[in-house]
Write a protein that binds this ligand. Structure first.
Ligand code: PAP
Length: 325
């Protein structure tokens, strides 16, 4: 990885000997954005994220009261973090008293820690300093979740996005972070790799389907929401999330205020999200692009969209999961 703007967790530095040993036995591929991706427990990851996942699997001890937000990359992570943070903290930080809400001055990624990213950067992290209920996020697949997440009564909110929009969002994100690497990689090749599942975090269908089935088997443990439903009826979906998390009664006015505060228009225009940086050097504005449903249309040709559609049809057929676009 040559570009300095690429976050460390996509890189390959600072690997422990244990990770190096494991990696040497794993299938590897050259991937978009990264020189090498490794397949671990069915998913393709960068070396750094893989190390973060391994440490998380080993060290993370979930508490029954924990709340874990799970997404495929570019499927609504930032938005979900903002909504659930505002919801859980609505008494401590009333949105109506505006002016001093943490979301007005802090990017959502700093308010809700990214488990494998934090473990990669600081392997000794223990998350014990987080207020209860602890709110965290991860991109880890259901299969690879730390044992304690599965065995405890902690709650998982999973947000899924139409794969075409997810791919396009990721594509533009990569272009901003590493323009040279992306320019040397045609979008046709990226779509092909995405549809083969050999993409950072892929296969995307396994990730979505594992949580989809988990939510059906254990609806008290896993709540499945979609970016598209959040966009079309944010308040209704937020109330569904609140009920699932046992947040108690929420005034309609409060719901409206949280929805407004966390909207794309509101968050993306804040100084902290226009000119801020995360500690790993990433510019906060890279998490805000268009925030639309169906935005893939201005990036994907008809044939590339059809290629992803064929993959969706093949992989999700019979699951009962239908993507709106
Ligand atoms: P991450 O997984 O790397 O954290 P994530 O937040 O899931 O990224 O993805 C960013 C996408 O969410 C962007 O989509 P786009 O590229 O199609 O525009 C971004 O614009 C969108 N997004 C960020 N915040 C919001 C929001 N408040 N409302 C709606 N969409 C949002």
């Amino acid at each position: 990885m040559s570009s300095s703007s690429v976050p460390a967790y996509l890189g390959d530095e600072d690997l422990t000997q244990e990770t190096r040993d494991l990696i040497s036995s794993l299938p590897k591929e050259k991937g978009w954005l990264v020189s090498e991706m490794y397949q671990y427990q069915g998913r393709w990851n960068t070396q750094a994220l893989l190390q973060g996942i391994l440490i998380c699997q080993k060290r993370f001890e979930a508490k029954d009261s924990d709340i874990i937000l799970v997404t495929n990359p570019k499927s609504g992570t930032t938005w979900l973090k903002a909504l659930v943070f505002a919801l859980l903290n609505r008494h401590k930080f009333p949105v109506s008293s505006s002016g001093n809400h943490p979301l007005l001055v802090t990017n959502p990624h700093l308010l809700v820690p990214f488990l494998e990213g934090v473990y990669y950067e600081s392997p000794d992290s223990d998350f014990s300093g987080l207020p209860s209920p602890r709110l965290m996020n991860t991109h880890i697949s259901h299969l690879s979740l730390p044992e304690s997440v599965k065995s405890s009564s902690c709650k998982i909110v999973y947000c899924c996005r139409n794969p075409k929009d997810m791919f396009v969002s990721l594509w533009h994100f990569g272009k901003k972070l590493a323009p040279e690497e992306t320019a040397a990689y045609p979008i046709e090749k990226a779509v092909e790799a995405f549809c083969e599942g050999k993409f950072i975090g892929g296969p995307f269908w396994d990730h979505i389907l594992e949580y989809w089935y988990a939510s059906r088997e254990n609806p008290n443990k896993v709540l499945f929401v979609t970016y598209e439903d959040l966009k079309k009826q944010t308040g209704t979906e937020m109330k569904r999330i609140a009920e699932f998390l046992g947040c108690g009664f929420i005034e309609e006015e409060e719901v409206r205020e949280i929805v407004k505060l966390c909207s794309f228009e509101s968050l993306s225009n804040l100084e902290v999200n226009r000119h801020g940086k995360l500690p790993n050097g990433m510019e906060t504005k890279t998490f805000f692009r268009k925030g639309e449903i169906g935005g893939w249309r201005d990036t994907l040709s008809e044939s590339l969209a059809a290629e992803i559609d064929r993959t969706i049809e093949e992989k999700f057929h019979g699951s009962g999961l239908i993507f709106s676009s």
